[in-house]
Design a protein around this ligand. Structure first.
Ligand code: GRF
Length: 197
């Protein structure tokens, strides 16, 4: 019985699309739902066109009441019998109230080599610090932000003249390789780290 995966997005969903594209054939998981806090997320239209169930829970009407927002998300998840959650460019912080019941079944991709550069603007910060390499990390989600057990990392060189945009593009290419590779292992219970290259 393949694992049913919900993918959380906020924007274009390029990581979501890479994950969906990887879940075919012998893969132990299948995309069951794409959910976003943003009705205009390009990834929602794409997922619908693929025939994948979608849900949109706009966070703004909840006016900062994170618990109420997360309760609505949980209610939208319930009918889909989800086994695993993949956060993929999801830009809302989830509280312990939501994360704890999913701990061990919830992944995130972060555009830095954790534990370095938790939080936002990772590429600009890495460049400002004079890093010679950068990359991305897939980790289990815990209540602490960008802090759970690392399941995989991909490294890229920082090149002369790099801007946050050029570095982000180089890292994003690796995200699309790393996240599917980690999900494939994780979905069959294998937590062995994926380290690229
Ligand atoms: C990616 O850099 C990802 O690491 C971060 O959000 C960015 C956009 O992701 N979490 P996507 O194109 O929406 O998947």
């Amino acid at each position: 019985m393949s694992k049913r995966v919900a993918i959380f997005i906020s924007g274009g969903g390029s990581n979501m699309r890479a994950l969906v594209a990887s879940m075919t054939g012998e893969h132990p998981a299948r995309p069951a739902l794409v959910i976003s806090n943003n009705a205009d997320a390009g990834g929602i239209a794409w997922a619908r066109a693929q025939g994948i169930a979608t849900e949109v829970v706009d966070h703004r009407p909840f006016k900062g009441d994170r618990t109420a927002f997360e309760s609505e998300i949980a209610a939208r998840l319930a009918p889909h019998a989800i086994d695993l959650i993949c956060l993929a460019g999801f830009m809302r912080v989830l509280t312990a109230g939501f994360v704890t019941p999913w701990q061990g079944r919830m992944l995130n991709i972060h555009p830095s080599l954790l534990p370095k550069y938790r939080g936002l603007d990772t590429h600009a910060r890495a460049l400002a610090a004079g890093e010679t390499e950068a990359g991305c990390t897939v980790h289990e989600v815990t209540p602490a932000l960008d802090d759970g057990p690392i399941l995989g990392q991909a490294r890229v060189p920082v090149l002369p003249g790099d801007t946050p945009q050029t570095l982000a593009a180089r890292v994003l290419e690796q995200e699309h390789i790393l996240y599917p590779a980690v999900l494939r292992r994780f979905a069959q219970g294998d937590h062995t780290q994926v380290m690229l290259p």
